[in-house]
Design a protein around this ligand. Structure first.
Ligand SMILES: [Zn+2]
Length: 358
């Protein structure tokens, strides 16, 4: 399988400014680089998206607001703009314009890599990895849930110019509401989300499946075993039924046991094994992997680095983290890739799903 990886210094710099995940991107990039994965994958650069590309999904007024020139430097402004959702969990920050252009551009460029495969029918199965993307909550004219632009929808719309059947699978702790809303009535795009669902739990949707959308709401404590059962018993039959040409997966890391949300109880190996099982069930589909949530930044970096390594089929033992510019962040883990926290679920967190999943 050919594996592409989005890698661009300016996009990394801007992704690193996301208020909800400040400083995360540098950990992700440098860990991937430390293991030499950027040399094994074929890296591609990111072109910023322009207003016309953003308007393929977002309203003109919202795009105008996102792309407004703002002062660079200084603290994030506390300007309230509730009509576009640019407040509270999505505050305006000085380099918002560049951030939006680059994050949207990263997933559009990722989609273009898969369009190249379509132009060349001889091309082998291809995976495109873009850890900058996966901002699944943003709506047509409103930022939401730390998501200022819906790069996932923009990428799928780009894919739709040449592919007929696209399957979107959302593995983030939170329901993939923005993507579901965008394609609710699409015959060509199927959306599917496994997520935590409860009264008052953001975003509050995703209780039921509708035509063309599939939702698997879960209770607290989702374990590797329950996650795997949902993938094997629910997701794989759907993939076999739909036979997509492209499988787009949002790999949010906020379901890991060590995430500060403290809701699910997944390990990095358990998550990755379930993901690979899903990918291997439809071997004819090209793949796009995107990032998303993940608030334990070190473990998010570990998960995405490990997934990248598995996709690239590296024979890496994942023991001591090699020397790299962010190595000091792993000091308290004694520079080990696998720590007890990463390998084990939280023993006191009961899996309330274990009786429900059949
Ligand atoms: Zn999330």
């Amino acid at each position: 399988m050919k594996v592409y990886l989005a890698s661009c210094d300016e996009t990394s710099r801007l992704a690193n400014l996301l208020p909800s995940n400040e400083g995360r991107q540098i950990l992700v990039d440098s860990l991937i680089e430390a293991f030499g994965l950027h040399e094994i994958c074929e890296v591609f650069d990111v072109e910023p998206a322009d207003e016309f590309e953003l308007q393929k999904f977002h309203s003109n007024e919202f795009v105008e607001e996102l792309l407004r020139e703002r002062e660079i430097g200084g603290a994030a402004t506390a300007q309230l703009d509730t009509s576009y959702g640019l407040s509270y969990d999505c505050p305006i920050f000085p380099e918002l314009k560049g951030y939006v252009e680059r994050i949207a551009g990263s997933s559009i460029c990722a989609a273009e890599k898969l369009l190249e495969c379509k132009r060349n029918p001889q091309s082998e199965r291809t995976a495109v990895i873009n850890w900058y993307g996966g901002r699944h909550h943003c709506l047509k004219e409103k930022a939401a849930g730390f998501c200022y632009v819906n790069d996932v929808v923009l990428a799928i719309l780009k894919l739709r110019t040449r592919y007929r059947r696209i399957f979107y699978l959302d593995l983030d702790l939170h329901h993939g509401d923005g993507v579901e809303n965008a394609f609710r009535f699409s015959k060509n795009v199927t959306t599917c989300s496994i997520h935590r669902f409860d009264v008052g739990f953001f975003p509050g949707s995703g209780a039921l499946s509708d035509t063309g959308t599939y939702n698997f709401p879960t209770k607290r404590g989702l374990s590797d075993a329950s996650f795997r059962q949902i993938v094997e018993n629910k997701i794989i039959p759907l993939l076999e039924q739909e036979q997509p040409e492209v499988l787009v997966i949002q790999c949010g890391a906020d379901g890991l046991a060590s995430d500060p949300h403290g809701e699910w109880n997944l390990t990095i190996k358990g998550y990755t094994d379930a993901l690979l099982t899903a990918l291997n069930s439809v071997t004819s589909a090209h793949i796009m992997l995107l990032g998303g949530g993940g608030y334990n930044h070190r473990d998010t970096a570990r998960l995405w680095c490990y997934i990248t390594g598995q996709m690239a089929n590296v024979s890496e033992e994942w023991t001591t983290i090699p020397s790299h510019p962010s190595l000091e962040h792993f000091h308290e883990d004694r520079f080990e890739f696998w720590t007890d926290d990463v390998c084990r679920a939280k023993p006191g967190r009961r899996d309330e799903n274990s009786l429900d999943v059949h």
